[in-house]
Design a protein around this ligand. Structure first.
Ligand SMILES: Cc1cc2nc3c(=O)[nH]c(=O)nc-3n(C[C@H](O)[C@H](O)[C@H](O)COP(=O)(O)OP(=O)(O)OC[C@H]3O[C@@H](n4cnc5c(N)ncnc54)[C@H](O)[C@@H]3O)c2cc1C
Length: 454
């Protein structure tokens, strides 16, 4: 393979902000809104044409289904968003039972306004492709545009890219995937079906869940050979009066690296093939789907993990199993794992406990009151003096990541990072120098639960 040198380029410094948040998914929303509410001047840079991350780009409309069993209640910016969204869009035309589900389309509209009203300057279609470091600080982030690249001068930077792109560019060490070979969890492309017979679907004992359960049994009986996916259960989203199933979470592709374009290309194409196979299976086998159509395929495959940055502390599965508290705890989250198979193997019963080998997949919603705290140090890279990380790429081992990757947790690590960045700007300190008592006090006064059993 030959190598070419990319000629040096210049970029006009078009923008300047106290806090620059990169990535407008759950973490970036939490981070930008929190920093702005603390009085910082904030810019949010998002590579797509809309905010929301996986909620909107991968149709992940159901955020908190894994703790409906234990009465755990969300808080902080996530709760504020859910409450205000409900005021405006009610139950998103959902005929199914709880949990609550967003509409990813209403969410796009809602979140534009919510983030803008907080005083955040949003820039869409803005892929951050590089950083310029001076004195171990990110002085500028470089945004790729259709014209010349542009530079944004930064006070603090929050990496909310899901993939840890900014930390990577800044040279922060990271881990990826499972320990033995670095393989990440499979990716999934959700799809929508329109024109289902809602009356018929609602006659099933548990509406769409019954359809999912019938499909599970069909897989076990070996009757789904035409669908190239070993997974048994296909979770489904809202059922609307207009006859739409707003997502079917099933088209999985395994053994891929979410950072490699060759892998991504093969995966997107394979997932679309599986989508059609699965749609045809549903249409041909289940009453209510006979006259339906495949109405949408999510714009991009959704990923569950990739880079996990090395921070001042690494949250581990042992911490979660010990229901651990930390002096610098910035969020509380229930013990929960959604560890999706990396290579497609589905062995085991989906459960796991410390001391047992880790099975290929784990799905453990929270049935009890067990909770753990996430320490601030997981958001602070050991390297780079004005960078914080939030969302699924914070410092955690791979099993702990399968817990903190939940949308609510990502928004809360975002809220903590945004609050810390604003404090750091105000007090002229680095993220490492932020007064923890003050950070915790501020979060608490904003309704964030930072200690267990409160
Ligand atoms: C199929 C599927 C089902 C899931 N189901 C659930 C569920 O039911 N409940 C739940 O809680 N979680 C679920 N998850 C997990 C959850 O969606 C993610 O863990 C969560 O969205 C991560 O949030 P984030 O903000 O860290 O990253 P993301 O949601 O990935 O957002 C990152 C944002 O950064 C932007 N970005 C990336 N790189 C750059 C760059 N260089 N420059 C500018 N912008 C950039 C992206 O476009 C994106 O908008 C699911 C995930 C998948 C894939």
């Amino acid at each position: 393979m030959s190598i070419v040198t990319i000629p040096a380029q210049t970029a006009e410094v078009v923008y300047k902000a106290d806090v620059v948040v990169v990535g407008g998914g759950p973490a970036g929303i939490g981070a930008s809104v929190a920093a702005a509410r603390q009085g910082a001047n904030v810019m949010l840079l998002e590579k797509r044409g809309f905010l929301g991350g996986n909620i909107t780009s991968a149709y992940v409309e159901t955020c908190n289904h894994f703790f409906i069993y234990n009465g755990f209640e969300s808080y902080g910016i996530y709760k504020d968003i859910e409450d205000k969204y409900k005021e405006k869009f009610g139950d998103s035309h959902n005929l199914r039972k709880p949990p609550f589900r967003f509409s990813s389309e209403y969410f796009k509209i809602f979140i534009d306004e919510y983030v803008t009203n907080a005083g955040v300057k949003i820039l869409l279609h803005s892929t951050v492709r590089d950083v310029i470091i001076e004195d171990d600080k990110i002085k500028y982030v470089i945004v790729q545009t259709k014209e010349q690249p542009v530079a944004v001068e930064c006070g603090m930077v929050i990496d909310a890219t899901g993939d840890g792109d900014i930390a990577y560019r800044a040279g922060v060490p990271f881990e990826m995937g499972r320990p033995q070979d670095g393989l990440c969890m499979g990716g999934t492309t959700n799809f929508r079906v329109a024109g289902v017979n809602t009356e018929r679907i609602l006659q099933y004992e548990n509406d769409l869940s019954t359809v999912g359960e019938m499909y599970r049994q069909a897989v076990r009986r070996g009757e789904t050979k035409e669908v190239e996916n070993p997974r048994e259960y296909p979770p489904m989203g809202r059922l609307t009066p207009g006859g739409q199933v707003t997502y079917i979470n099933y088209a999985d592709v395994h053994n891929i690296n979410p950072l490699k374009i060759e892998d991504l290309t093969k995966a997107e194409i394979k997932a679309r093939r599986i989508t059609l196979q699965m749609y045809n299976y549903l249409k041909n086998h289940y009453e209510g789907f006979e006259n339906s159509e495949l109405s949408a395929i999510a714009p991009e495959m959704g990923f569950r993990d990739s880079r996990r940055i090395q921070g001042l502390y690494k949250l581990t599965k042992e911490d979660i199993e010990a229901d651990k508290s930390f002096e610098d705890g910035i969020a509380v989250f229930p013990r929960f794992y959604d560890y999706f198979s990396q290579d497609g193997k589905q062995d085991g019963d989906g459960t796991w406990e410390l001391g047992r080998p880790i099975p290929p997949w784990i799905f453990q919603p929270s049935y009890d009151k067990r909770c753990y705290e996430i320490p601030y140090r997981c958001l602070v890279p050991g390297k780079t003096e004005n960078l914080l990380v939030s969302g699924r790429c914070i410092s955690a081992d791979n099993l702990a990541e399968s817990s903190i990757r939940a949308i609510f947790a990502c928004m809360q690590t975002g809220e903590a990072a945004g609050t810390a960045a604003a404090i750091a700007i105000k007090e002229g300190v680095t993220p490492k120098g932020v007064n923890i008592a003050k950070l915790r006090e501020t979060l608490k006064s904003n309704g964030v639960v930072i200690e267990k059993n409160l």
